[in-house]
Ligand binder design. Structure first.
Ligand SMILES: Cc1ncc(COP(=O)(O)O)c(C=O)c1O
Length: 470
């Protein structure tokens, strides 16, 4: 196929000790967890915080390569999670690890807040070059959570206003501030929300689950923005107290939802009218996941701030960045930011090599193919099973949302988690999140293999619907 990475078969044979099944994917695993994984997981559960260990998949990883994961019992899985979308171009790529190790051997660690390495300037300049023109400054970060925190601090400092508007359904991290800014599921902010003030939430502009009707005549053209204007600002919040809005341009963990064109027009209009800052949290959408290098490009939106992380390190290094306009990142210097390990020289080297790979390889063309395959195969699953309320595919962000009833749209998390578990048994890793079964393949996965993996997800839906008697 034109623009594919063309590793049909060869690489699979090399890494799959289990052999291939008729669908061309690694053989369906044996009983999970396998005997060695059972012992390790049992020991882990005795020493690791249960809130973490309860989420572990039923195997222990031995190795990864491209879009495949081998466990210590000889099973091979197809990875449609990509380490929470932080491994964009396939696992453990040698061409990203080589510059990383060379930089590590030459410099080791340095706190980039104290001394610049030769990697800092080229990375900063490159990020400014590839992100929207409104973004002319960079601040250093270690991970997505950190740069979202910094974004909020900068928005308040730049405007002198306390309130930030976030979205119900959005995810921004799990520290006190980011948990309170986010609102994907209430357990993330339980006990924290009352202690971290200054956030107001409105429903994410989710076409499938909007609580609003059509936009009102004479309004903004979008019902969510009408709600902000007609209700939030009229009854509760003086717009002059609002620093701005933080939004995932496409809802990631919350289920792969893209807002409408009208929403973006209305939201950017509102921001202009009240002099609010617009911060795009592209920690998950950034670096090609949406089919664009950055998701805001899809709507031609030029934000005042952009949070980057995850895929920025090519899946081999922890690194993040806060991009900003002169107003938010260039006109004052009195807000301390960052942490010791942000922009480690070797992480910068890996990030530069990652961006070069995007420039050299047909990554975005492949993502469009993955979207085409996803629309077709997930659409077929939705046609076949009335328990699927909606199938969504935006680039390499894809999801199935399960319902008890298509009419009422009552959520069915029990079925969703059952499908996620059954998919693992069939050798496919997915992310069963708060609202949807999220599917995030490597952006370089061959589309035909991706189609085959979605075939196994269809089987998982079939098996789970029967098992639960839905
Ligand atoms: C949109 C978004 N923002 C922020 C974060 C936090 O990033 P990290 O977990 O790398 O700190 C995430 C993580 O999933 C995310 O999806």
């Amino acid at each position: 196929m034109n623009g594919s990475f063309g590793n049909e078969g060869g690489q699979l044979d090399e890494v799959t000790r289990a052999g291939l099944d008729a669908d061309g994917l690694p053989a369906v695993p044996g009983h999970l967890p396998g005997p060695r994984s059972t012992i390790e997981l049992e020991r882990l559960r005795k020493v690791v915080y249960p809130g973490t260990s309860e989420h572990l998949v039923p195997f222990v990883i031995e190795s990864k390569s491209e879009y495949l994961v081998n466990d210590i019992d000889g099973n091979t899985f197809v990875d449609l999670v990509s380490s929470s979308a932080s491994v964009p171009l396939g696992a453990a790529r040698a061409d990203l690890i080589e510059p990383l190790t060379a930089a590590m051997e030459r410099i080791g660690n340095e706190d980039s807040h104290g001394a610049a390495s030769g990697f800092m300037l080229p990375l900063a300049e490159k990020l400014i070059e590839i992100t929207p023109a409104s973004l002319t400054r960079v601040d250093l970060g270690l991970n997505g959570t950190e740069v979202v925190e910094t974004a909020v601090k900068m928005m308040r400092r730049a405007t002198g206003r306390p309130i930030i508007i976030g979205f119900l359904g959005g995810y921004h991290g799990e520290t006190s501030l980011t948990a309170a800014l986010g609102a994907e599921e209430h357990e993330i902010s339980r006990g924290i929300r009352p202690l971290s003030a200054g956030f107001a939430h409105v429903p994410y502009p989710n076409p499938y689950r909007s609580p609003f009707g059509p936009p009102r005549p004479g309004g903004s053209g979008d019902p969510t923005v009408d709600y902000i204007r007609d209700h939030l600002l009229f009854h509760a919040i003086d717009p002059a107290e609002v620093a701005g809005v933080v939004i995932e341009p496409i809802l990631g963990s919350g289920g792969c939802v893209a807002p409408s064109d009208e929403f973006w027009k209305a939201l950017t209009g509102l921001c202009r009218e009240y002099d609010w800052l617009l911060a795009a949290d592209e920690v998950k959408t950034g670096f090609g996941r949406s089919g664009y290098m950055f998701a805001v490009e899809r709507w031609g939106v030029e934000p005042d701030l952009m949070c980057l992380g995850k895929a920025m390190g090519g899946g081999v290094a922890p690194i993040a960045a806060l991009m900003g306009s002169e107003r938010v990142l260039g006109s004052f210097d009195d807000v301390p930011t960052g942490s010791t390990w942000s922009w480690l020289p070797w992480a910068c080297a890996a990030s530069l090599a990652t961006i070069e790979a995007y420039e050299r390889e047909p990554v975005l063309a492949n993502v469009r193919e993955l979207e085409r395959v996803g629309r077709e195969r997930l659409g077929r699953i939705a046609d076949r099973f009335e328990q699927v309320g909606e199938a969504r595919a935006v680039g390499g962000f894809q999801a199935l949302e399960f319902v008890r009833d298509r009419e009422t749209r009552e959520r069915d998390p029990e079925l969703q988690h059952a499908v996620g578990r059954r998919a693992v048994e069939l050798g496919i890793l997915t992310d069963s999140s708060s609202t949807s079964l999220n599917i995030q393949p490597s952006l370089t996965m061959p589309p035909d293999r991706y189609g085959a993996a979605l075939g196994r997800i269809e089987r998982a839906v079939d098996d789970s619907v029967r098992e639960l008697g839905r």
